[in-house]
Ligand binder design. Sequence first.
Ligand SMILES: [Zn+2]
Length: 401
Amino acid sequence: MNSNSIQRFAVMRKLLFIAVISLVGLSACNTSPKEASYIVQVSLGGWNHADYPVERIISRLDSVSNLIPVEKVIIGWTLDKQLYRTLGDHLHSKGIDMLLWFPVFAETEDICDNSVAVDLWGQTPANYDLAAGEGFRFNCPSDPANASRLVDFYDREFSDCGFDGIFLDRIRTQSFVGGVSGILSCGCPICEERFFSQGVKLEDVRKEWESKGDAFFSVSGYSPKEGFVFTNPIASDFFMAKGHIVSSSVATIADSFRARGLEVGMDLYAPFMAPFVGQDYGVLSLHADFIKPMLYRKTNAPAGMGFEYDLLRKAIPGAEGYPDFKMDKDFLDSQLKAMDKYPCAKYPGIEINYREGVVPTSPEYVTESLDAVMDHRFEGAVLSWNIMEAPDTHIACLGKR
Ligand SMILES: [Zn+2]
């Protein structure tokens, strides 16, 4: 070997060494746990009154940011432009996005004239406990006037407030909170026509339910990949069409907001319950920047996974095939697995608020939930549902992971 060859050999060996080291580094990087990003929610109360002055919100968010890295704040939905403008300026100076928390198919009766959803018998589904403020009246998901009034309302009240995005809540029909009739909705003439164009005659669905009763809802089993498999073909077609109809309407509304330059987040039921309320993850995830499936294992109130599932089993005690689900880590994993395949960013909702007897969370519970989310290599989590009232211990534990 002459000196030139020796030099070339040395250079090649060096390059090979660098390549091997880079590959090792890269694979180590791929297996190391991802850093979680956090989205927090500030619940201001209803349309007419903010529960907190902006100074208190700013100081709370600053102290939370000292514990964990906050990426976005979801806030709503009082009509107070100045509050949002002041908060937006502050958040933007820290590189944090501000999203409007915006209800779509419920809780809009005070601000918009919307047509109401009805069940297959033309009746308004019963509410959970309207007197206790725990029920919602739902609007028809198909009426185009409902959608356009909502978008106009956004343009009028919120478009000049400095929002980077919008978080769409109540993008569904009534759940089992309203009994079976809430699930068998919406049966208005506009929806009836949309079902018909999907090959489903609502009159047949109505007759099938009336003759079969609870057995209409029987399933052959559950898997994260397929969800519940209905044994009755009419029920199966109904829920398939319902998911498509409700979710396509949400997609149109989401696209209107995206056309305005807003990022769009969506509040979703956990995958196993989503088909009952018309949430088709396949449709929705194509029109969202991120989804927030509510994976509340401790919440003994609407949207809590165990709570909603208990309501299902109480509403249709004669239906077969519904397994006992324990709200443990394995069940959480099954729900994370079920959403794995969808293309948008995923920030599952974990409840960090605490209320004795209703939401008995703990730092251990919060950490266990976040670890499961990050083991699935998702982007992060939404800390639900009101950072203003959440115990510091339930936030600080995340920063120490
Ligand atoms: Zn309708």
